[in-house]
Design a protein around this ligand. Structure first.
Ligand SMILES: *Cc1c(COP(=O)(O)O)cnc(C)c1O
Length: 362
């Protein structure tokens, strides 16, 4: 096998090598069935065992208390931007949003099409350079939910606290940081994530929610947009993305083998530190774009002294086997996505490369 790339893609992103190899070994003949998992019925016992194990493993790794359900849906996290208000934003209630970046804003915009919304905290005026504090934030009494984006994939910021919302369900888009650290699930009404950053390949979106939020969707909604229908049918109302769910199961097993989320968080902190140190020890050659207290463990964003130098950094890094270091086109700069599957070795190699590049160009 050729050398694996230093993959810092933002999504779809790196998958653990051990997972890819496991999938390869099972690809043609899944557990002696004489066929691939992709080729079998989603109503058969073999696939259903995979499906149910993936659900169980997700709840187990998250340490979710009783009363939470897992859904496997399609349409990406972006479809959840609409499904959340369509299912939960009833007449006379308001969807309360915290605006911390481009994805948070997109979630808000979709809710605005459905009903009443309020922005209860925002860092938009400061170019999303930090996560606003929740001290003194007023949540409307008639809020149906509070929506946050725990990790801002494009801007490189991350919540390092869980907002207290009392009886009002807290809903979190965790697309780019789910399972990167332990989380107190009991504080959330709903957590959702597109799989292609930290969970598996694209094609499946996971929703972990209190069953009370999945009980009764408006009957007027298209069937495929109703949480209650998916929940009652164990996410098998129609054909689910079976191969993606199988891959998620392998990733969850791998995470468990790593020692679970406490162990994974330690590794993620060490990985991020290597790169943030390269930024902070550069005498201003590299500058982080996010306030230190809000820096993300998963998407490390930084700039160089000029766009010219950023272009040559991107080019030179590609020549050295690094992939995906260009920032999102909407913000420019550089971004290293250090999801769970990105090994420490890749982060150390990047830090070395950053120092060498600086020595040549400073
Ligand atoms: C990538 C991303 C999305 C969009 O996910 P899709 O699965 O492509 O719809 C939404 N929110 C966040 C935080 C993301 O990182």
């Amino acid at each position: 096998m050729g050398k694996r790339a230093y993959n810092f893609n933002a999504g779809p992103a790196a998958l653990p090598l051990a997972v890819l190899e496991r999938a390869q070994a099972q690809f043609v003949d899944f557990e002696g069935t004489g066929m691939s998992i992709m080729e079998m019925s989603h109503r058969g016992a073999v696939y259903e065992a995979v499906h149910n194990e993936a659900k169980q493993l997700l709840l187990e790794l998250l340490g979710a208390p009783e009363g939470y359900e897992v859904l496997f849906l399609q349409g990406g996290a972006t479809t959840q931007f609409s499904m959340i208000p369509l299912n939960l934003l009833k007449e006379g209630t308001v969807g309360a949003y915290v605006n911390t970046g481009s994805w948070a804003e997109k979630a808000l915009q979709e809710a605005q099409k459905v009903g009443e919304t309020a922005v209860i905290a925002s860092s938009e005026a400061e170019k999303f350079a930090f996560i606003p504090s929740f001290d003194g934030v007023a949540i409307p009494d008639n809020a149906a939910y509070v929506h946050i984006t725990t990790n801002n994939t494009i801007e490189g910021s991350q919540f390092h606290f869980t907002p207290e919302t009392g009886n009002i369900p807290l809903i979190a888009d965790m697309s780019s940081d789910i399972l990167c650290r332990p989380v107190d699930v009991s504080k959330y009404g709903m957590i959702y994530a597109g799989a292609q950053k930290n969970l598996g390949p694209s094609g499946v979106t996971v929703v972990i929610a209190k069953s009370t939020l999945l009980k009764e969707s408006p009957k007027s909604l298209p069937t495929m947009l109703r949480y209650d229908i998916h929940n009652k049918n164990n996410s098998l109302y129609n054909t689910p993305p079976t191969f993606s769910i199988y891959m998620v199961k392998l990733v969850l097993e791998w995470l468990k083998e790593q020692g679970g989320l406490t162990a994974v968080e330690k590794v993620n902190e060490a990985k991020a530190k290597v790169i943030y140190d390269a930024i902070d020890d550069s005498n201003g050659f590299y500058t982080g774009t996010v306030d230190t207290g809000s820096r993300s463990l998963m998407n490390i964003t930084f700039r160089l002294p000029s766009e010219e130098l950023e272009k040559s950094f991107a080019k030179a890094s590609e020549a050295e086997g690094f992939v995906g270091l260009k920032g999102h086109r909407s913000v420019g700069g550089m971004r290293a996505s250090t999801y769970n599957a990105v090994p420490m070795e890749a982060c150390e190699a990047l830090a070395r490369f950053m120092k060498e590049f600086q020595a040549k160009h400073a």
